[in-house]
Write a protein that binds this ligand. Sequence first.
Ligand SMILES: Cc1cc2nc3c(=O)[nH]c(=O)nc-3n(C[C@H](O)[C@H](O)[C@H](O)COP(=O)(O)OP(=O)(O)OC[C@H]3O[C@@H](n4cnc5c(N)ncnc54)[C@H](O)[C@@H]3O)c2cc1C
Length: 406
Amino acid sequence: MPVYPDRIVVVGAGPVGLCLSLALAQADLKVCLIEALGDDNFLEQVPRAGTNHPATLEMYERIGLYGKLEPRGIVAPVFHYWDRHKGKLIAAFDHAHLKNDTRFPYVLQCERIKIVEEALKMARAHPNIDLRLQTEFVSFEQDAGGVTAHAINPGGEKEAIKGRYLVSGEGARSIVRKTLDIAFEGFTYDDRTLNIEVAYDFRKHGYAHRNYISDPREWSNLFHWKGPPDRWRVHFPTDPNADEDALTRPEALQSRLQGFLPTGKPFDIVGCNLYVVHQRVAQKFRVGRAILAGDSAHVNSPIGAMGMNSGVHDAFNLADKLIAISRGEADDMVLDRYERQRRHVAIAHTQAQTIRNKRLLAERDPAVRQKNHDELRRTAEDPKLARNFLLRTALFESLREADAIA
Ligand SMILES: Cc1cc2nc3c(=O)[nH]c(=O)nc-3n(C[C@H](O)[C@H](O)[C@H](O)COP(=O)(O)OP(=O)(O)OC[C@H]3O[C@@H](n4cnc5c(N)ncnc54)[C@H](O)[C@@H]3O)c2cc1C
C-alpha cells in the first residue's frame, strides 16, 4: 500500500479552498493547495460574489481575514426592496435588529476578488500551506489509506500529490465530482443575467448599498462596491434567444440603464458580463476520502448572495471535522455528518431561498405582487418579524439548523 503524508490536498484557491486551507493550517494541519491560475492572472477573474453576510464575517474573523477585508469593503447595515413598476421603496431591512445576535450587524460589500487576494497572501505566508499556483489538477485516485491527486505543474510536467483527504474547492465544473459520477441535481434558468458595472452614485436617488428591485418586465439587483473608482453592479434578466453581442453592445447597455434610471446623460460603464444561472446540488458531498465543498457541491442564483457565503460555511464546517479526525477526537464517519448538515442547508436554505427570491422579484401577477410587497413591508416594520427575517437572510438560521443535525 502506498505511503501517504499526513496532509489535506485542497483543489482551488477560491474563497472556499482558501478559507478551508487557512482554518486547517492554523490548527496545525498540513495542506497542499493547488490552483490552476498563476501570479500573472490570479487577479484577472471576472466579477462575481461580493456580499458577505454577518455569519460569514464571524468566520473570516476566526482566521484573521476580516480585518483585512473591512478596509477594502463597504459596511452596509441596510438593504432595500424596491418596486420598479411603481418607482417606490417597498421595505428597508436594518441589520441593527441583529445587534444582540452578532458582533457584525451588517453585511460587508467586498468582492470575491479582494477576498481571494487577501486570503492568498495569508496562505502564501503560512508555513503549513504548500501553495501550488499555476498547477492544474487533472484526476485523482483513492484507497483506504489516502488520495493521489494528479496535476500538471508550472513546468508542464505531470506530478502526483498525495495526502490523507482530497477536498474539491474547484468550483462548479469540479473534476472530482465528475470523476465520482455524482449527479448534480437541479435545473438551469433559460434566461441569462446581464451584469453591468457602472461608476455612478445611485444613492442620490434614495438607493441603499444593496437593493433588490422587483418588476414584472425587468427585475434587477443594484449593489455598491468600493473603488477607486466606486462601482455599482446592476443585474438584468435577458431574452434567452437574444444574441450575446447585441446584448452587450455599448448602446444596448446604455439603453438598459436609461430605462432603469433616466438621467439623460450616458452612464460611465466600466464593465459587463453575461452569465447563466444554475440551481443544482450534488447528490453526495463525500465519497471515501474525496469531499466536495462550495460551488463544486452546490450552485445557485446570486439573488440573496448565498453561494459564496454558504460555500465558506461548508469550508469551516469541514475544517472542524478534519481537525477533529487528525487529533483522534473523531473517526471519519464524521464526514458523513458534514454531508448531512451542509446538503440540508444547500437544499432547504440556499436553493429554496434563492428560488423564492427570484420568483419574488420577477412575479407578474399584480395581486400576488401586491401581497408579497405588503408582507415584506409588514415584516420590515415589526422588529420581531424583521429580526427573524434577518436571521434567515444573514444565514444564522441555516447554521443553527445544521448544528441540530446528528
Ligand atoms: C455574477 C455572480 C455574482 C455572484 N454574487 C454572489 C454574492 O453576492 N454572494 C455570494 O455568496 N455568492 C455569489 N455568487 C456565487 C459565488 O461567486 C460562488 O458561490 C463562489 O465564488 C464559489 O466559491 P468556490 O471557492 O467554491 O469556487 P470558485 O470561486 O469558483 O473558485 C474555484 C477555484 O478553483 C480553481 N480551479 C478550478 N478548476 C481547477 C483545476 N482543475 N485545477 C486547479 N484549480 C482549479 C479556479 O481557478 C478557482 O480559483 C455569485 C456568482 C456569480 C456568477
